[in-house]
Design a protein. Structure first.
Length: 148
């Protein structure tokens, strides 16, 4: 459980940082240098909500990992889209919604690839340590020691 909480916490931190960087870049490019803190609070609440919803979705017994990921992407997309509408970051026309959707899917896939690679590296390390432990604790072969 501790490992899952740390994984979700690091995912929230990565997302929060990416969203804040994109927000700052957007503000710089638009020339808006105002310092209102409520969007940051809304982003934080959004990310906590995403993690809470993702945890609740993980409790549902899906048949495949693909079904879980599809459900997670769809629900999180709706949450992020609603928050971005509340912040006024997405103009309400078809092209901006398509651009937002494409950017969301690209960022989601990049984050997913990052965490998949991280899990694979941890699994490879665990397997390497397990193999080393097996070699160290392997029972002697009776053919090598006829007196046993």
């Amino acid at each position: 459980m501790k490992k899952e909480i740390l994984s979700r916490l690091s995912a929230a931190c990565v997302l929060f940082t990416l969203v804040l960087l994109c927000s700052c870049l957007r503000n710089i490019l638009s020339g808006n240098y105002g310092s209102s803190s409520w969007p940051v609070v809304l982003i934080f609440v959004l990310l906590v909500g995403i993690e809470a919803v993702d945890y609740l979705i993980s409790l549902i017994p899906f048949r495949t990992c693909r079904q879980y990921r599809f459900c997670s992407v769809a629900v999180n997309y709706v949450l992020v889209f609603l928050a971005w509408l509340c912040l006024g970051w997405v103009p309400q026309n078809v092209w901006s919604i398509l651009a937002f959707s494409l950017c969301y899917l690209i960022f989601y896939r990049l984050i997913q690839l990052y965490f998949d690679a991280k899990r694979q590296a941890e699994a490879a390390d665990f397997n390497r340590q397990l193999e080393l432990w097996r070699k160290q604790h392997q029972a002697p072969d009776p053919q090598d020691h006829p007196d046993l």
